[in-house]
Ligand binder design. Structure first.
Ligand code: C2O
Length: 554
């Protein structure tokens, strides 16, 4: 195993897109940021130097961070931010290994809205000499799907302002593929993908968008999905990929389309809400090595995209994936120690003192899990508080169940469900013993605002035992739910459909404090989050060591 070292200088970068110059926050003057490449078993050392005007942290999305919770990155959860300037606390080296993991992951800022432009790919290949569990591709292409804003102020300030006024976040003006909107092929702002005829490519897709779940297609080409969230799947053949913010997909694509043409690669918004209006598509251009020189005479083929709110296609994609069994044996824990039911969605909460423009009688738009609208602590990170046994930072009483059982199958119940809308704020976490197995039923209530919420769990991959639309409790009473305890897909982020549910299971074999939250960026400050506080195990190899010396002080 090798040591992979990087230095990330975070600072301002001026970028021009869609006819407007803008100052964004970026790493090493690159947008999207640098690609980090490693192999299973390697150790990563990434020194982050903050030359930007903002507090910064970097999260390694999907990295399990075994015994290295100090390097996970979410601000005020596992660390205080890296400060601007050149004084104490203005740099921090994230140190972790990627043992036991293979596939496409990514890194992003995990403080305020900075991940809008501070993100990049993190690729983990098999150990030297170890083949992929699928036919070796000839080459690979990494495609980071994102968004772009035209904002005169910096994006962070625009979004912060929107939050303080209790409103919705500012919508982006375009989607991007590797930072390019690709609205017109005549324009230079389009990412080009080059392929050789007859070869097979591994596409590594990341949805780095703040707010949108996406459909992804390439005209006249099909895919074989081989991994999601850096967990191998059984090969799944499809012509459309569905990917929620935070998720990744590895898919093989054979370059065998008709010669003499070019092909659009497209990422389009998928919205589960019936009256969805925001539609945007980013495009890249696929070109063959035998591409005609005379581009003007070449026809460009466009993929036929699903409708904006084609939930059937989304559910088919998500529901068809199964996990690849490496030696034929299931790895799902069959015994469950703790069962939880977590309802969640948008809600109304009383105003915070800082919310200057919040309506004091009506409250502000918020979000909650089991009616707790999650607040990040202000003085110390949860992990430090947990390890130093400090009191007053958080409480270990996150409820295992919602206050009312969510049920929208009859009118009386619907009224009761309305109480799910009024939430209280708090920093409440769920304490877990080391190695405890947890099963969580996630129920998207869709009481207020119906949308999919992609839930991301830090520090673990979880098994997706079952998922669907409707009401979990109604279906289980009718015995209509079958859990896959043999070969379920594993993930770190699940897009639970609007008014839908999922059952996930994981073993708490990693001491630390681990956030679980909605990866629609605006929903984290709204409070759509909770955390697990996992205790040390009995032996040194199950204990979190003390924090590194350069760990940022609060
Ligand atoms: Cu990709 Cu908590 O984030």
């Amino acid at each position: 195993a090798a040591i992979v070292e990087h230095t990330f200088h975070v600072g301002n970068l001026t970028v021009e897109r869609l006819g407007q110059r803008q100052v964004i926050t970026a790493v090493n003057g690159q947008f999207p940021g640098p690609k980090v490449e490693a192999r299973n078993g390697d150790t990563l050392l990434v020194r982050v130097v903050n030359n930007s005007p903002y507090n910064i942290t970097i999260h390694w999305h999907g990295v399990l961070q075994r015994l290295s919770a100090w390097a996970d990155g979410p601000a005020m959860v596992t660390q205080c931010p890296i400060l601007p300037g050149s004084g104490a606390g203005s740099s921090y080296t994230y140190r972790f290994n990627v043992t036991g993991q293979e596939g496409t992951l990514w890194w992003h800022a995990h403080v305020s809205f900075l991940r809008a432009t501070v993100y990049g790919a993190l690729l983990i290949r098999p150990r030297p000499g170890v083949p992929y569990p699928f036919p070796a591709p000839h080459a690979e292409h990494t495609l980071l799907l994102g968004e772009w804003w035209n904002a005169s102020a910096t994006l962070v300030d625009v979004e912060r302002q929107a939050f303080l006024t209790g409103g919705q976040p500012a919508n982006s003006v375009a989607l991007t593929i590797n930072g390019m909107p690709g609205l017109s092929h005549a324009h230079k702002e389009m990412h080009h993908l080059r392929v050789a005829r007859g070869n097979t490519y591994l596409l590594r897709l990341v949805n780095a968008a703040l707010n949108y779940q996406l459909f992804f297609k390439v005209a006249a080409h099909n895919f074989t999905v081989v991994a999601v969230d850096a967990c191998y799947t059984d090969p799944y053949h499809t012509d459309v990929i569905v990917i929620a913010p935070g998720q990744t997909v590895d898919a093989l694509m054979h370059a065998g389309a008709a010669p003499g043409r070019r092909y659009y690669v497209a990422a389009q918004v998928y919205q589960s809400i019936a009256n969805a209006t925001y539609s945007a598509t980013a495009r890249a251009l696929l070109r063959y090595d035998d591409d005609a020189k005379d581009a003007a005479k070449t026809i460009i083929m466009s993929p036929r995209m699903p409708a904006l709110n084609d939930s059937a296609t989304a559910q088919r994609f998500y529901g068809s994936l199964t996990g690849l069994l490496r030696d034929g044996k299931p790895t799902v824990p069959q015994r469950v120690d703790t069962r939880m039911v977590v309802t969640y969605g948008l809600a109304i909460a009383p105003c915070l003192p800082a919310q200057t423009l919040c309506n004091r009688t009506r409250g502000s738009l918020a979000a909650s899990m089991n009616n707790v609208s999650f607040q990040l602590p202000a003085t110390m990170s949860l992990l430090e508080a947990s390890r130093s046994r400090s009191s007053g930072v958080y409480t270990r009483d996150f409820p295992d169940r919602p206050p009312v059982m969510f049920d929208f199958t009859n009118a009386a119940a619907v009224n009761r469900n309305m109480s799910l809308m009024v939430t209280s704020k708090g920093t409440r976490v769920k304490a877990l013993r080391y190695n405890e197995t947890v099963e969580v039923v996630l129920q998207n209530t869709a009481v207020l605002g119906t949308e999919n919420h992609p839930l991301h769990l830090h520090g673990f991959n979880f098994y997706v035992l079952a998922q669907g639309t409707g009401n979990y409790y109604y279906l289980i009473r009718k015995k209509k739910i079958r859990k896959n305890l043999v070969n379920p897909q594993q993930r770190n982020t699940i897009a639970v459909p609007a008014g839908g549910w999922a059952v996930i299971r994981f073993t708490a074999d990693n001491p630390g404090v681990w956030l679980m939250h909605c990866h629609l960026e605006a929903h984290l400050p709204f409070g759509l989050a909770m955390a697990f506080d996992v205790q040390d195990g009995p032996t040194p190899d199950a204990m979190l060591p003390p924090p590194p010396n350069d760990y940022p002080p609060c």
